[in-house]
Design a protein around this ligand. Structure first.
Ligand SMILES: [Fe+2]
Length: 326
């Protein structure tokens, strides 16, 4: 075990005030706000950092526009940190901060970082589900939530030129595992110390229609307890005047088939979308990656069905032998 997931998502934005207000309303805990940066912290100790796009402390921009300009990964021990850095230094520059954070550039040009991270345990109480066959809650209500309070950064997604090449770097140099592939769309990968279905998705930018086909940031997913927390969060954002529906809001609430996660993609002024997520698959190293037809893998259902999902598509999924595929 070495990398535990995302420790810090460092955004570069054009409007610090507006983006701070958004993540406040989204439900992240504000820790610090200055004229130069805003710091939010989630329950597990991971952080969202907002800086102005032209802040010299950010790595050289690898895409235009707002979004995550650097992803800092959580490393479990000093020994793991030393081993990862020694390997990276064999063919690239690794810059160290005073606090020990290491910065480097992945093969695809994306800025990445590593920091030693003490993950805090998450305390929360998701409600049991009653069904016609089984009463898990008797004479008990579900929890009445007032606000969403996402607990951790589940994953980050970037639009890249070649998902396989981007993933290869994470596999060979950082120890990531392949979780699944979505045909034409890209690769899902998880860190070796994480049980989240994926911590990063490499999205094939060439799959996108020409007007949005570009390299860069796509979205960040924040894990909630359940569907109630997600929808309380989405309703609160709407009351505060943020757009949560199409065209910017994609397909509303839905459930992915790949990863099983419930999703709600909220358009985010800091770039791309901020996804509320819950009930995702929990994987270990006995998981066999699968290769999914893109529409079949994309969702089981969505609230606001787009045209391309109204057509028939193939229910096609195969186990994926990564070594045999080479
Ligand atoms: Fe996602």
């Amino acid at each position: 075990m070495a990398i535990l997931g995302v420790a810090k998502a460092v955004y570069g934005v054009d409007d610090l005030e507006k983006c701070t207000n958004f993540f406040n309303d989204y439900g992240l805990n504000l820790i610090e706000k200055t004229s130069e940066k805003t710091l939010f912290e989630l329950e597990d100790g991971s952080q969202v950092v907002l800086r102005k796009k032209d802040d010299p402390s950010l790595p050289k921009a690898w895409f235009d526009g707002n979004g995550i300009k650097e992803t800092i990964w959580a490393v479990d021990t000093q020994e793991s940190m030393d081993r990862l850095i020694a390997n990276l230094q064999t063919d690239r520059e690794v810059r160290r901060d005073n606090d020990g954070t290491a910065h480097f550039i992945a093969d695809d040009g994306m800025p990445q970082g590593l920091t030693i991270f003490r993950k805090r345990s998450i305390v929360s109480a998701a409600d049991e589900i009653n069904t016609p066959a089984k009463a898990a809650r008797v004479n008990r209500n579900r929890t009445w939530r007032k606000r969403a309070h996402p607990k951790m950064i589940s994953h980050v997604v970037f639009q890249v030129e070649n998902p396989q090449l981007s993933y290869d770097f994470f596999k060979k140099r950082l120890g990531f595992r392949l979780s699944d592939t979505q045909r034409k769309l890209g690769c899902y990968a998880r860190a070796d110390g994480s049980h989240e279905h994926h911590n990063i998705f490499f999205f094939n930018a060439n799959y996108l229609p020409p007007h949005v086909r570009k390299l860069g940031f796509n979205h960040t997913a924040f894990a909630c307890d359940d569907i109630d927390e997600m929808m309380v969060g989405a309703n609160y954002l709407e009351r505060k005047g943020w757009a949560t529906r199409r065209p910017g809001g994609f397909v509303g609430l839905g459930r992915h088939r790949i990863s099983s996660a419930l999703f709600y993609y909220i358009p985010c002024p800091a770039g791309g979308h901020a996804e509320y997520l819950a009930d995702q698959d929990y994987l270990d190293d006995s998981w066999m990656p699968r290769d999914w037809e893109e529409n079949f893998g994309g969702s089981v259902w969505v609230h606001d069905i787009p045209e391309h999902l109204k057509k028939d598509y193939s229910w096609d999924m195969q186990l994926f032998d990564e070594d045999a595929a080479k």
